[in-house]
Structure formats: structure tokens, C-alpha cells
Write a protein that binds this ligand. Structure first.
Ligand SMILES: CC(=O)N[C@H](C=O)[C@@H](O)[C@H](O)[C@H](O)COP(=O)(O)O
Ligand SMILES: C=C(OP(=O)(O)O)C(=O)O
Length: 333
């Protein structure tokens, strides 16, 4: 049986619960806390469940050489990669401010922990869940394994410590060409790990593949979001602007809706009176017929239960016999 669990206070995921939509702000806030707040609000307004950031303690995530490397790309915020990353990294105080703001707005606040010091800080912040980014999913020493074997190892390792987790399929390319997404991996994960909810973290352009992932049964989706795809930074191009995020949430809710088929509801038949039936008459089968009736009457499969019951209103010939006229559902026998 697929596991369900509470991902954040009051919000279950898995089973028939709605897909949990994570708006990945990441570093698309450009290093400005006011933009970050705008993006939290935008995520809420677009219907996402969670606004997520990426927390690094840079000296723990990168080695000295990586931080000192010149970073001359047009996406760069500094002369070296370290300067660039420092520009984009919020302080602990700023994280607390953003968390408080998200609470006011009414959206879950989370961040992926990009190194072990970030784990400690996020634990202190009391975030609703921890997100291990795909770049850490194979972070085992001396690893020489195929990717499904890696995922089995991830699964077993996490499961030993915590039963409540989900694995998100992710192809880490920025942006990702749709033909490289390989959504079938989702089905493989579902087969391989049937007792946990499977999710999808998308880096592709557009929303259709993410919607398809939900149609395949993913219970969590994560997409990068931005206020403007043209902004500087590696992730903006494959991120969703507010109108796309709104459309994504709308499409996901549509795909996962389990409403009874409306056509059947409109065109389905129900019980009608074959003859005029005065109030107080005890019903017999020869008085009853089945038609597409409006208003909708008692369901044909419950017709037998009408027999022997007194009707509480006058019904015209051809009129619907509604449950209200004969207390068929509440007063059985
Ligand atoms: C693998 C990983 O962490 N990926 C993240 C999540 O998808 C990205 O947001 C990177 O942080 C981003 O692309 C880095 O860009 P730059 O290197 O220009 O700061
Ligand atoms: C890199 C991240 O995620 P993913 O690998 O799922 O894109 C992240 O959450 O920071």
C-alpha cells in the first residue's frame, strides 16, 4: 500500500491527497530579500503549497578552489564563483524573516539543505520537511553503481532513519530538453518503491510534462519559479512565470480530480412516475418508470426500495420521484 504521511502540519501527501506543489524560488530572488518576499506571495497567489529556497553554508558546500574560480558567465553576480554565490545566499536572520513572512502569507516555507551545516540551521528553523537535492542523491563515498541501484541505496538509507519520505524523479540539466525528461523513470520508481509516494522535480520548459507526471501518479511536484524569465541567473529560463505556475496548479487539480462523470450525472436515468400519484399513495412497481429525469430522481438501482412506501407529495404523471418525496435512503425498511 502506498504510504501517506504528513509532509507539513495539517498537509498529508500520498494516497488520494492532492499533489503537493513546491514553487522552487531557489536563487531566482537575485539576492534581494524584497524580491524573495514577492516570490513567496506570488507562489501563494498562484496556488502552490510551498515556497522553497536553497540553503548553503558556502564553505561547507564548495571547496576553496571552487569558490575562488573566476566566474565570468553573463549569469554571474561576482568575479569569482564564491562572490557570485555569496551575493545569492541569504543570512540566517534573513531566512528567519522570510520564514515569518511565509507564515503571514499562509504558505509552507522550506529550503533544500545543500550541505551538512545547512541541515543544522534548517533543523533549528523547524522547516516542515528536508529536501535532499538531486546533486546529493548519490553522495555516498566510493560509489560505483548504476542509477537504480543508487536509488535503492538512497531508499534503504533514508528508510532506516525516517519512514516519511518521498523520492522525486529529477533529471539535472538546466534547462532540460523535453525529450530528455524520461518520465518512465517515475513508473520504475513506483514499481521499485511501492510503499512511498513518488514525486517529480522538473527543469524542463513549459508545464505539460509536469502535468503528465501528475497524471502518472506523482504526489509531489517541484518547479523553479521566477518573476521574469529574462533576468540574470542560470535558472530563470527554465522557471515558470506566475501565469504558468497558476496554469500548472490549475491543470494539476484538473488531472487529479476524481469527480463522478458529469455526463453520466446529466444523462443518467432515474425513477419517474408512470401515472399521476397523489400524496399519501403507497407506491407499487407498476406506478414507477425509469427515464432521464429532471430534477434527478431516485437512482434506478434503489427503485425496489420505493415499493411499499407512502409518497409525501403529489407527483404528476412523468414527474421525477426524488429521494425527498420518499425517504428511501435514510429510512430503509
Ligand atoms: C544542482 C543544483 O544545485 N541545482 C539547483 C536546483 O535546481 C540550481 O538551482 C542551482 O543552484 C543553480 O542552477 C546554480 O546556478 P549557478 O551555478 O549559476 O549559481
Ligand atoms: C537542486 C535542487 O533540486 P532538484 O535536484 O530536485 O532540482 C534543490 O532542491 O535545491
Amino acid at each position: 500500500m502506498t504510504l501517506k504521511f504528513e509532509l507539513g502540519p495539517g498537509r498529508m501527501i500520498g494516497g488520494s491527497n492532492p499533489c503537493f506543489v513546491i514553487a522552487e524560488i531557489g536563487q531566482n530572488h537575485q539576492g534581494h530579500i524584497e524580491i524573495a518576499k514577492k516570490m513567496i506571495k506570488m507562489a501563494k497567489d498562484c496556488g502552490a503549497d510551498c515556497a522553497k529556497f536553497q540553503k548553503s553554508e558556502l564553505e561547507y558546500k564548495f571547496n576553496k578552489c571552487a569558490l575562488e574560480r573566476p566566474y565570468t558567465s553573463k549569469q554571474s553576480w561576482g568575479k569569482t564563483y564564491g562572490d557570485h554565490k555569496r551575493h545569492l545566499e541569504f543570512s540566517h536572520e534573513q531566512y528567519r524573516e522570510l520564514q515569518k513572512y511565509a507564515k503571514e502569507v499562509g504558505i509552507f516555507f522550506a529550503a533544500s539543505e545543500m550541505d551538512e551545516m545547512a541541515v543544522e540551521f534548517l533543523d533549528e528553523l523547524d522547516v516542515p520537511f528536508f529536501k535532499v537535492a538531486s546533486c546529493d542523491a548519490n553522495n555516498f563515498p566510493h560509489l560505483e553503481l548504476t542509477s537504480m541501484a543508487t536509488m535503492r541505496w538512497v531508499y534503504q538509507t533514508v528508510k532506516e532513519h525516517n519512514q516519511n519520505f518521498t523520492i522525486l524523479q529529477c533529471t539535472s540539466a538546466y534547462p532540460l530538453d523535453p525529450e530528455d525528461v524520461n518520465l518512465r523513470v517515475i513508473a520504475e520508481y513506483q514499481k521499485e518503491f511501492p510503499d512511498i509516494p513518488i514525486g517529480y522535480s522538473g527543469h524542463e520548459r513549459g508545464i505539460s510534462i509536469t502535468v503528465a507526471a501528475v497524471a502518472m501518479g506523482t504526489k509531489v511536484v517541484e518547479r523553479h519559479v521566477t518573476l521574469d524569465k529574462r533576468w540574470k541567473g542560470n535558472d530563470h529560463e527554465a522557471s515558470l512565470e506566475p501565469s504558468e505556475l497558476t496554469e500548472l496548479v490549475r491543470a494539476i487539480r484538473l488531472v487529479e480530480r476524481k469527480s463522478p462523470c458529469n455526463f453520466l450525472f446529466q444523462l443518467g436515468k432515474s425513477v419517474v412516475a408512470k401515472v399521476a400519484i397523489p400524496k399519501g399513495t403507497v407506491l407499487s412497481m407498476d406506478m414507477l418508470g425509469v427515464k432521464v429525469g429532471e430534477p434527478r430522481g431516485v437512482s434506478p438501482e434503489d427503485m425496489g426500495q420505493l415499493v411499499g412506501k407512502a409518497i409525501t407529495e403529489d407527483v404528476e404523471e412523468d414527474g421525477s420521484i426524488t429521494p425527498r418525496m420518499v425517504d428511501v435512503y435514510n429510512n430503509k425498511g
